[in-house]
Design a protein around this ligand. Sequence first.
Ligand SMILES: [Zn+2]
Length: 250
Amino acid sequence: MPSYPLRVLVLKTTKLGETDIIVTLLAVDGRQVRAVAKGMRKPTSRFASRLQPFSVVDLLLHTGRNLEIVSEAECVSTHSRLREDFDRSAAASVVANVLDKISLEGQVEERLFALADATLDSMETAPIDALPLLVVAFLVKAMAMHGYRPRLDTCVSCTCVVTDARTFSLDAGGVLCPDCDRAQPGALRMGPGTRDLLATLMMSTMADAAALDVPPDARIAAFSLMQAFVTYHLPTKLKALDFYSREICR
Ligand SMILES: [Zn+2]
């Protein structure tokens, strides 16, 4: 059976039978791929150390009856610090969890892999305090790629320019001007500066986002808004995002 090479990011691993593992992967073109790594849970497995969550790996795959089958795995970037440190691991788990839910088999989105790789690179080296902002930056950018770009400059209802946005409509996906806010009670309150911070993160590289000097309560306000936005629009439970929220909002 012909094999083919594919660069992937490992999103998660799931046990299969006694010794095998199913790996859920984000391919370099943004598709989700699921593959079986046979014998990965045996002590002698050559895959066990290479197919860890957050690792970027060059695989040789062949097509099985139901799933792809891993025949070779060569590490490109282990991102090992993300597994060794609690805070880094919790932040990176949000990235893997969201990517698992927004990537689809057969759906190409080439920017997604580059975003994921850059985010994980930054999460490995950033100061611990910068991790929540990297999570927020990732969520804003990933949701935009997924078709949910938050509208931050003009009112999502009447399209007037909003300079000091204080409310955000989850349903419509953007800020509201004061007039539309009065007409649509129920929109989320935004703290001062949250809109500007999200707009900055939308345009920043991950390295720039890691270097921003933002007070803790402003980071948490931006995170809380994006958590609500993601939870509203993705019809699935995001365990890692819920866990991260409890950790940083303590
Ligand atoms: Zn309006």
